[in-house]
Structures are given as C-alpha cells and as structure tokens.
Design a protein around this ligand. Sequence first.
Ligand SMILES: Cc1cc2nc3c(=O)[nH]c(=O)nc-3n(C[C@H](O)[C@H](O)[C@H](O)COP(=O)(O)O)c2cc1C
Length: 354
Amino acid sequence: MSALFTPFQIRSMELKNRIVVSPMQQYSAQNGIPGAWHLVHLGSRAVGGAGLLITECTAVSAEGLCTLYDTGIWNEVQTEAWKPIVNFVHDQGAKIAVQLWHAGGKGSTTHPKDGMKPLAPAQGGWIAKSASATPINQHLPVEMTIDEIKQTQEDFAYAAKNAVKAGFDAIELHAAHGYLIHQFYSEMINKRTDDYGGSFENRIRFLTEIVQQLRSVIPKEMPLMLRLSAVDYDGGTHGWKLEDSVKLAAILKGMGVDFITASGGGFVQVDQTIVKPNYQLSFATAIKNKTDLPTGAVGMITDAQQADEIIKDRKADLVVIAREHLRDPYFALHAAIELNETADIPWQYERGFN
Ligand SMILES: Cc1cc2nc3c(=O)[nH]c(=O)nc-3n(C[C@H](O)[C@H](O)[C@H](O)COP(=O)(O)O)c2cc1C
C-alpha cells in the first residue's frame, strides 16, 4: 500500500491523494481573464488524477500583474471566467486552490516570448511598486507609500472574496519567488525605516496583516495555504534564512494559515549545481517538524517512488509537482499504476488503460 494515494484533509478540503499540480504561469490570459487554455491546462491535469491543483499566480489588482498575460481575480468578469474551470476540476473529483499574488517590483514585464524585459509605461506598462526602491533583476521599482500598502492589502482581501464566489476550495497566498510579499520580508529588498521595515517583526507585517484580513473574509472551513521562499539562496549573507522561515511559519500557524509549501529564491540566480531531486525537501521537513504545520515539498520531484517515499517517510504531507506535470499531465494515473494502486481513470478513457 502506497502512502502517496492516501487521502489528506485541510480544514474542510478532502484530497483523494497527496499529489498537487504546482502553480505554473501560462502567460496566456488577456485582461487577467482565464480562458480556453487555462481550462485545458488545469482540466487535463485534473483528468490526470492529481488530488489538488493550484492555479498559476493570479493577480489581486492590475498593478499586481507581472506581464499583461497573467491571470487575475480582481473583478467580476475574471471571477465568472474561473467558475467553469473550477467546476470542471470538481467534476473530476479533484480540488482547486487559487494562488493569490502581487508581482510588486517585478511587475510591468514583457511576455516571455519577448524576453521578459521591463515594459515601459509608454508601451502599455506601469510603474512597478515594491517595499523599497531596490533594483530587482532589470527593474527599479518605486517604494510603496503607507496608503498604497493598505490598498494592496485590501486588494488581497477583495480577491479572496472573489475566490470564494468562484467556488475555489482553498486559497494559496503567494509569498515566495521574489514577488511583493517576499520583497517585504526579505532584507535583500526591504530597506524601509517605518513599521514595515527594519526588524523581523516589521518586515513580516505586510504579510501577517494580509493573512489576518484573508482569514476574516473567507469561510472558517476554507483552507488558507501559503507558498514561502524558505531561503533567499544568497549564500547566507543578509538574506532570508531557514530559521526565519521556521519562526515565521509558527507565527502564521497561530493566525490560521493551514499549510506551507516551502520553495526558495527569487532575487538571485540559483546555483544550478544544487538543483537535484528533492533539493528543497529539507525546508518542508524542517518547517513541518519544528512547527507541526503540514507542508508541501516542491522541486525536482519527478517520479512515483520518489514522491511516495517523501510521504511515507513523513518528510512532507503533500508533493507539489510542476515540470513533470508539463511532461505528463497524467502523472498521478501513471503513478497509481506504478505503485499498484487502483488508478482513478475517467470512464471516458478506461479503454486506453485496459
Ligand atoms: C512554467 C512554469 C511556471 C511557473 N509559475 C509559477 C507560479 O505561477 N507560481 C509559483 O509559485 N511557482 C511557479 N513556478 C514554480 C513551480 O511551481 C515550482 O516551484 C518549480 O518549477 C520547481 O518544481 P519542479 O521541479 O517540479 O518543476 C513555475 C514553474 C514553471 C516551470
């Protein structure tokens, strides 16, 4: 009997297995509205047997976009457009979370096909705002005022209400990968001298206030998940460290965060020699063991045995798989067959698996 195909519950959300489709930006939306591509992308991976799908990072405001092709959930048209996608995923017996996000200082960027370069306001871009005016890659953002901070936090809460209306099972707050929330908690970017900068407590305030607002607007039984950059991969100088993540996770747990996926980086190029199978697993294990919060492991998890061992050895509670799901949308069905489990094959496709 495998561990990978055991159910898992977070608040009222019951997952049929431990396999999660990791959020993956598709750069295929117009005006933040998800369309046919998103239905097929998420839908096929639900058909493919994953227990939970997490949407690509989805902006809480127009200024929160990275490119003009990201999805959003700040208005009614976008909210309505998510509904058929959510319903289709549910019809396959899977659950779906929306990843709420603000790109902050990484915003106003061209499409990947055009090189992801800064997009000038004259070309349809906007002035990207961040915790501080610290350069991030090729961007030089402007520091947010206190009013802008408060407005952005309200945007997160409003987007969360829309997510509830769209029928999502859970919310994942994107607090990783060098985007706005991470720009606040990492000293690499945050140079503020007010209540939102300086000490650890001040740098996490932007995030903790959002968490408090989200918990107050979403139903009590709805899970609030969070993706963290557990480390800054800056060579251990002044960046965010695993011990900071453990401390933060304990605080977030007390505020009603139910689950953390431990990712990493976002400001510096990660040394590719460390990118090996399970390279970020130890972050998920440390947070889980030290805070008792359920965690997700992400990063180079590509096969069924590997995924099963992570769950069996209690190193994480869920396996969050990105690129392998691009190669194989039916990863979960294939994993079930490999692990001698009964694969949950949609009846329409049964003849292909006989
Ligand atoms: C095409 C692509 C798009 C991604 N977009 C997102 C995203 O929207 N949000 C996010 O948190 N991570 C994003 N990621 C990171 C993945 O979710 C994951 O953390 C990373 O790829 C490592 O996992 P893997 O080795 O299984 O691919 C993206 C990765 C890829 C390959």
